[in-house]
Design a protein around this ligand. Structure first.
Ligand code: SF4
Length: 373
């Protein structure tokens, strides 16, 4: 252990954490704070990479998928969101079901295994709209996994129709919902939510949606929007709340830290800058170390760029997300990344990092891993 510290960790505060990581022991809140506060980014990354290697060896996953943001009209108007518009705003839009199905079918021809659908809380889109969307997608792109509706959207439908979370999720699943994405978690601390998304569901409710989904056998993902008004302690608490639910259900597949993009948001004056590369890598690495019961840590290249996502493969990350094709939410807030990464580019980035690419579906079934031919 002394050798690890001397060779890879320049911060003595990491010594006890390095011992725990080596022994496979769980880290606690104070460890999380030490990791975030440590100036030794490479040391923290080294420790995260021990865990990543132990779980996955050289394998790095990606998915050939298609994102669809079906509406930007939203009653919540979160301060951090540049995507949403009020009803009646000329920049607002709703995709018809025909358009949604056509987009999914177009991408189906390119070999997608996942359609990822999230949007705003549109006051006129009711449960029937979503049930028909799912039913038509299941018929139009059979075999493609539909990962759709954040916990915020599921809660909205439940409240709108006076149904329980379970009742809504059972109906959605019967119509074709396969998995829930991880959006809407932001940072669970009530202080933060009051500042950045006062109308959004509480952290407790977000966790309740995912717990219900897990109980019904739906896999889900988890996220944390970081780099705005939250403290490091609030980040660590957020991660530990996710870990606690995962201990009880085991239903989370992947954790995805989401880097805040301030442009065109109402937080822009208060938080004028994007996250730094240092913070992005540190957050991914700390997540890998604290979330010992999550199999996968994903770098969302749309938010941090493909090059930093590639570097993050040495900081605990084992998932490169996917082809995406079209993304409106982060781009509305000034993201300068492209809209699509083709399979060949994903393969090149992963291989150039010395790793073995594995194409997966939403549920981490292997779609393809022999790419020599
Ligand atoms: S983050 Fe989601 S809930 Fe909040 S305003 Fe944007 S679309 Fe609506």
């Amino acid at each position: 252990m002394e050798e690890i510290l001397t060779n890879f960790c320049t911060d003595p505060a990491l010594l006890e954490i390095a011992r725990k990581v080596q022994a496979g022991e769980r880290l606690d809140f104070e460890d999380g704070m030490r990791l975030f506060r440590s100036p030794d980014l490479l040391g923290v990354g080294y420790l995260a990479d021990i865990v990543r290697r132990r779980k996955h060896g050289d394998r790095v996953y990606f998915v050939v998928n298609r994102h669809i943001n079906h509406t930007n009209i939203c009653v919540n108007g979160c301060a951090f969101c540049a995507f949403s518009k009020e009803e009646g705003d000329p920049a607002g839009y709703v995709l018809s079901l025909d358009e949604i199905v056509a987009r999914a079918r177009d991408s189906w021809g390119l070999g997608i295994s996942e359609v990822h659908i999230v949007g705003g809380l549109h006051p006129k889109l009711d449960l029937d709209y979503y049930l028909e969307m799912l039913t038509r997608l299941r018929a139009a792109v059979p075999g493609v996994i539909v990962q759709a509706l954040t916990a915020v959207e599921v809660d909205y439908l439940a409240r709108r129709h006076g149904l329980s979370l379970e009742e809504v999720l059972v109906e959605l699943r019967a119509a074709g919902l396969d998995a829930l994405p991880g959006g809407g978690a932001e940072v669970f601390a009530p202080r933060v939510r009051e500042l950045i998304c006062p109308k959004k569901i509480s952290g407790e409710r977000w966790l309740a949606v995912h717990e219900t989904a897990h109980r019904l056998g739906l896999c889900t993902n988890a996220t944390m929007l970081y780099g705005h008004v939250e403290t490091l302690a609030e980040r660590v608490h957020h991660l530990l709340q996710l870990r606690e639910l995962q201990d009880r259900t085991g239903g989370f597949q992947t954790f995805i830290p989401l880097a805040f993009h301030p442009r065109h948001t109402r937080l822009e004056a208060e938080v004028p800058f994007r996250t730094t590369g240092y913070d992005d890598l540190k957050t991914l690495a700390v997540a890998r170390l604290l979330l010992d019961n999550f199999d996968h840590i994903k770098a969302f290249w749309i938010m941090i760029g493909p090059k930093l996502a590639q570097i993050s493969l040495s900081f605990g990350v084992n998932d490169f997300d996917g082809t995406v094709v079209e993304e409106r939410i982060t781009h509305a807030a000034g993201a300068d990344t492209g809209q699509v990464l083709h399979r060949a580019e994903l393969l090149r980035l992963i291989r150039a990092a010395g790793r073995t690419p594995v194409e997966r579906d939403t549920l981490y079934n292997v779609v393809r891993e022999d790419f020599r031919h």
